[in-house]
Design a protein around this ligand. Structure first.
Ligand code: 6PG
Length: 235
């Protein structure tokens, strides 16, 4: 997680003249990164220049144990001097989820400058990876995988009998840098599958994460030894 924290520091130092736009990953893995940022990197990051967004969110209130925002707030955002007005929670518990997704998309379009694809270009997007190959809330077989004219949508996830709010491929693939943060031996098989499938269109690839291929940006995989075990040279 140190590498991810150092990346944020170097991105901020590279662009001293402007705001830095970051999308946080959901799930449990980022907890270690958030702790590292709040403790070891607290004085290394220009928090006042960050605009924080979320790549996806569950349909729960901010104080619910499953809330991605809740984890980030507890472990990081409440512990560093980032102006609350610069933290943009995804309102996935809204009554009208589609309307809330459209509003979040409009907020991103307003605050995040367009990049070379013409879409808002995040400086840094952190993503996790599920054992089924999902990332953000782009789950296998779900409608959000097919959308090319939206940036943020509500997404039915029948395999979890729930709805989520999530970034889509056009927004993820407009990013300047995407870092997948993946830990644990249970993820080793899916990492191998995703890296082998990177050349398919996301809608066709078995693993949605394989569709995250920024048009002009870069993707990095930050893995622990266990998660990398299935790769060439992995233990
Ligand atoms: C979510 C996520 C999701 C997550 C993966 C990995 O809201 O659940 O954004 O894509 O990153 O499921 O989750 P873990 O880090 O808990 O393994």
């Amino acid at each position: 997680m140190q590498h991810a924290a150092r990346t944020l520091r170097s991105v901020a130092l590279q662009h001293r003249d402007r705001r830095i736009h970051v999308a946080l990953s959901g799930g449990s893995t980022p907890a270690r990164l958030f702790k590292c940022l709040a403790e070891e990197f607290r004085h290394e990051i220009p928090w006042e220049r960050l605009q924080i967004f979320f790549g996806d969110e569950r349909c729960v209130p901010a104080d619910h144990p499953d809330s991605n925002y809740g984890l980030a707030h507890r472990e990081l955002l409440a512990r560093v001097p980032i102006p609350p007005s610069q933290v943009h929670r995804m309102p996935a518990d809204a009554e009208d989820l589609a309307q809330a997704a459209a509003a979040y998309e409009a907020l991103i379009t307003q605050l995040v400058p367009a990049g070379l694809t013409g879409e808002p270009a995040f400086d840094l997007v952190w993503l996790g990876l599920g054992e089924d190959g999902h990332t953000a809330s782009l789950f296998p077989g779900t409608r959000a995988l097919t959308l090319r004219d939206r940036l943020v949508v509500a997404n039915e996830v029948p395999q979890l009998t729930t709805r989520r709010m999530t970034f889509t491929y056009p927004l993820l693939n407009a990013a300047l840098l995407v870092q997948f943060l993946v830990l644990g031996d249970n993820k080793a098989p899916v990492i191998k599958a995703v890296l082998e499938q990177r050349h398919h269109d996301g809608a066709q690839a078995r693993a949605p994460a394989a569709g995250v291929r920024p048009t002009f940006g870069a993707v990095e995989w930050l893995l622990d030894r266990e998660a990398a075990a299935g790769l060439a040279g992995g233990d």
